[in-house]
Design a protein around this ligand. Structure first.
Ligand SMILES: Nc1ncnc2c1ncn2[C@@H]1O[C@H](COP(=O)(O)OP(=O)(O)O)[C@@H](O)[C@H]1O
Ligand SMILES: [Mg+2]
Length: 264
């Protein structure tokens, strides 16, 4: 999506002033976080995974979170996805005009949020090897309110022909694409991917990124992809760079690249 016109939106460092919140709501902010911190442990052994993160992600945006190992990327994504909670600060998720607090929500609310609205893709695919690709996707669509047909989800990731193959017969890249089909088949509002190509070679990784790119473009799903691999940032609308628990840079890709142009 062409979001170059949105550069005026503050992504870090700015307080949530009246003006900022008005601008944000005009462009349909999906996620808003302010002064988010996360500390694991206490005292001498405390680890400050997030040290005050402010961010806004707008509807339909494709964001890459880039940063070295240990910079806080997974912690941030897990908080946005309702898998973890923050130590302090605020994070809101907006859907159909309603603002939902993620920090302070109870377990039942977070579970419902994840189940209905969030698609997750992780480095390791967590598929059931003794089921076919289609059966793995159907495990999710059977529970969803308005799901896609599993075959449609598999077609979106380029696996229409493989739908009846057992997972154990598929390559790593194909398995990851099944995992993406599974994540998007319930038509989630957001797709959160943590190092989706971390276990894959470049050629295979590109196909996985093409599948994610297509979901973002064709379904308009707000998408966040974590990577420590800088070339992958080229495919984003916007790149947020994390270092030591802070967002240290945010820039819009004026010349966003298709995944097919990448190599690493
Ligand atoms: N459950 C945990 N307990 C203690 N420390 C953790 C835990 N999860 C993450 N950390 C620490 O928080 C920091 C940020 O981790 P993480 O968000 O996983 O970084 P990244 O995804 O960028 O590699 C690291 O120092 C990591 O060791
Ligand atoms: Mg991580």
């Amino acid at each position: 999506m062409g979001l170059a016109g949105l550069t005026h939106i503050s992504t870090h460092g700015a307080p949530l002033s009246h003006t900022a919140s008005m601008v944000t709501s005009q462009v349909s902010s999906v996620f808003t976080a302010r002064a988010l911190t996360k500390t694991y442990g206490e005292g001498d052994t405390a680890v400050h995974a997030l040290r005050g993160v402010d961010l806004d992600i707008v509807r339909g945006e494709f964001v890459v979170l880039l940063g070295a190992s240990g910079s806080g990327k997974s912690t941030l994504l897990n908080i946005l996805g309702g898998l973890d909670t923050a130590t302090s600060g605020s994070a809101q998720w907006t859907h159909d005009g309603a603002v939902h607090e993620l920090i302070g929500a109870d377990d039942a609310e977070l579970t419902r949020y994840r189940r209905e609205h969030v698609g997750f893709v992780f480095q390791f695919y967590n598929l059931i090897p003794s089921l076919t690709a289609e059966e793995n996707v159907a495990l999710v669509t059977d529970l969803a309110t308005d799901p896609m047909d599993p075959g449609e989800a598999l077609a979106l990731v380029g696996l229409a022909e493989r739908r009846h193959h057992f997972v154990s017969q598929l390559s790593g890249g194909e398995q990851q694409r099944v995992a993406i089909a599974r994540a998007i088949a319930k038509r989630p509002a957001v797709l959160l991917c943590d190092e989706p190509t971390g276990a894959l070679d470049c050629a295979t990784g590109v196909m996985v990124l093409q599948a994610i790119e297509r979901v973002n473009r064709e379904l308009g799903t707000t998408t966040v992809v974590i990577t420590h691999n800088a070339p992958i940032a080229e495919i984003a609308d916007r790149v947020l760079r994390l270092a030591d628990g802070r967002i240290v840079d945010s820039h819009v890709n004026e010349h966003k690249q298709p995944a097919s142009a990448l190599s690493w």
